[in-house]
Design a protein around this ligand. Sequence first.
Ligand code: AMP
Length: 227
Amino acid sequence: MNGTANHTAYGRNTGTGMENLTLAVAKGRVLKETLPLLERAGIQVLEDPFTSRKLILPTSLVHLSLVVVRSTDVPTYVRFGAADLGVVGKDILVEYDGAGLYELLDLGIARCRMAVAEPAMKPHSVHRRLRIATKYTNTTRNFFARRGLQAEVIKLYGSMELAPLAGLADQIVDLVDTGGTLRANGLVEVETIAHVSSRLVANQASMKLKDQSIMEISERLADCLKV
Ligand code: AMP
């Protein structure tokens, strides 16, 4: 269920006349690049999310709180209204189906690409069905199906680069930024599937019930993207 206006599960009575908002931000690189963007938008997070043990962090906007969650959980928090807003990579929105979420802004941060890679020295076998290791199983299946290619897609939760080296898979689908991780493991990029950056997303009910507060945050961020 979605929270009613001016009330979330974490709601504080701000007395500002603005509706309470919760912003869920994906841990890791997205969080690291979101904090300076929030600062530029005049929003300071009042406790260091990298050292604080608190899970709900106040900001300099008394009606706005931050929660830091796993990237794959951001769409769930926002879809169910536990967070009104979220910052998460497009890779996650595509993989876990962004249905029920409004994508408000491309924040242009945590840029990378989703790519297919394979060992430089060991081209994949032509004798059996291509096996691809990835945590993006839906996106990978759709990509290979669109190409009319038969591929066995296997799910891994981390260290994707190890899979071809250990003989678990012929290729991987993973995020690539500088290409350093691939190079360090003797892998080469063979195809780009998508360009990825972080998006500001909103819960659909919150968009109606808290439109004033949401538009204010969205406009602050949009303004600092222009400069
Ligand atoms: P790089 O060595 O710079 O190509 O970075 C690749 C590693 O960083 C892989 O383990 C990726 O999963 C991870 N990575 C790259 N870009 C991102 C991103 N925007 N968000 C999360 N992980 C990323």
